[in-house]
Design a protein around this ligand. Structure first.
Ligand code: ATP
Length: 361
């Protein structure tokens, strides 16, 4: 069932269009990431869903009910922000209990129930030993867990997280990502989280919504957006990629790479007639060969080898074809074991053979 329906949302700030015709359905108990570069409108969309910002047009429905004009307090959403200021003068326990204590009189729980609820949340978030500490006595990761517990205390229908782990170091972020996933699997609250970190989105979310300049570029399961990007933007945004400009003609693409001409098959473009196109190849989808006369590919000189644990990153520099042209670097990733077996060395000329190419005309 749909938990949140976003219908034709538009939002301007002055002349600037921050969101254009956004449509999206979030299922019950789904964990969705809004992913995109800085300024693409992620936070604005989250704030509109929360009721902190009004759209110019369009509607937000919670469980089928139009909530576009319902006040933020009545929407039953839980929030966690990047720098979510916990109350400095309150203990962890009191911070978590806060939302329960400020409820209207007719909804308030009795003190023993509040105590039980906060203790349950402390258990869930493994914060028991920290209940009496003040925020200043916690690490960044612990503070964000308290912020999550505080958001959950009021039984939100929807959880909205804006770069919740953004300010933390890489190791703590990774730990909290696992946390969020586990917590979500236990509680099944529809959750939307904003991130500009593709790894975070791909690792944690059930579905990823890739945004660009106020538009949704693609929505899909993490492996779907990673394996089958539907636009050059998504290709470039999700991971490293080599791009080659060229021309398409009747199912073939001719690429002129700094004077070296290569033809690659383009079966999806059989009707193309002298059309400009860009071919994208991920560094790990390139093979390299020593025998450069066998297959079609790009001949290039190995200019740098970077070993990163199990992976060897090989950089190939293609010299300028003319004074006005630019140098081009092609990046190839191979398993470190393969590099050790073959001993590729800086300065040798190899053949780069693209294995999986995606062409956009
Ligand atoms: N209150 C405002 N007044 C004017 N412009 C705004 C306002 N809020 C946001 N914007 C603009 O709208 C655009 C989208 O902002 P938004 O915060 O939604 O982006 P974002 O994708 O969340 O970026 P980031 O990852 O940097 O937080 C930006 O260009 C921003 O400058």
């Amino acid at each position: 069932m749909t938990s949140i329906a976003i219908r034709d949302i538009n939002k301007h700030f002055g002349d600037f269009q921050a969101l254009s015709n956004i449509n999206l359905d979030i299922g019950d108990g789904e964990l969705v990431a809004l992913l995109g570069p800085s300024g693409c409108g992620k936070t604005t969309l989250l704030r509109i869903i929360a009721g902190l910002e009004n759209p110019d047009s369009g509607a937000i429905l919670f469980g089928g009910q139009d909530t576009t004009h319902v006040h933020v307090r009545e929407r039953h959403v839980g929030f966690v922000f990047q720098h979510y200021a916990l109350f400095r003068h309150m203990t962890v326990f009191e911070n978590i209990a806060f939302g329960l204590r400020v409820k209207p009189k007719n909804e308030q729980l009795a003190e023993p129930q509040i105590q039980r609820k906060v203790h349950d949340l402390l258990d869930l978030m493994q914060l028991n030993t920290l209940a009496n500490r003040f925020p200043a006595q916690l690490s960044g990761g612990q503070r964000q867990r308290v912020a999550l517990a505080r958001a959950l205390a009021v039984d939100p229908k929807v959880l909205l997280l804006d770069e919740p782990f953004g300010a933390l170091d890489a190791k703590v972020r990774k730990e909290l990502r696992r946390w969020l996933r586990r917590l979500h699997d236990e509680l099944h609250i529809a959750t939307i989280f904003v991130t500009h970190d593709q790894e975070e989105a791909l690792e944690v979310a059930d579905r990823v919504v890739v945004m660009n300049k106020g538009n949704i570029e693609q929505v899909g399961a993490p492996n779907e957006v990673w394996e089958e990007p539907t636009s050059p933007f998504v290709y470039e945004f999700l991971g490293d990629v080599n791009s080659f400009h060229g021309r398409l003609n009747a199912g073939e693409m001719q690429i002129n790479l700094n004077g070296q001409i290569t033809t690659i098959p383009a079966p999806d473009h059989s009707t193309a007639c002298n059309t400009d196109a860009v071919a994208y190849v991920r560094p790990h989808d390139c093979d390299i060969q020593r025998n450069i006369h066998n297959t079609s590919g790009f001949e290039a000189k190995l200019s740098r080898i970077i070993n990163i644990g199990p992976i060897a990153r090989l950089e190939f520099l293609l010299p300028k074809a003319s004074d006005t042209a630019e140098e081009k670097i092609i990046e190839v990733q191979i398993p470190a074991t393969r590099q050790r077996e073959n001993h590729y060395v800086v300065g040798e000329t190899l053949l780069i053979v693209p294995q999986k190419v995606r062409i956009f005309a």
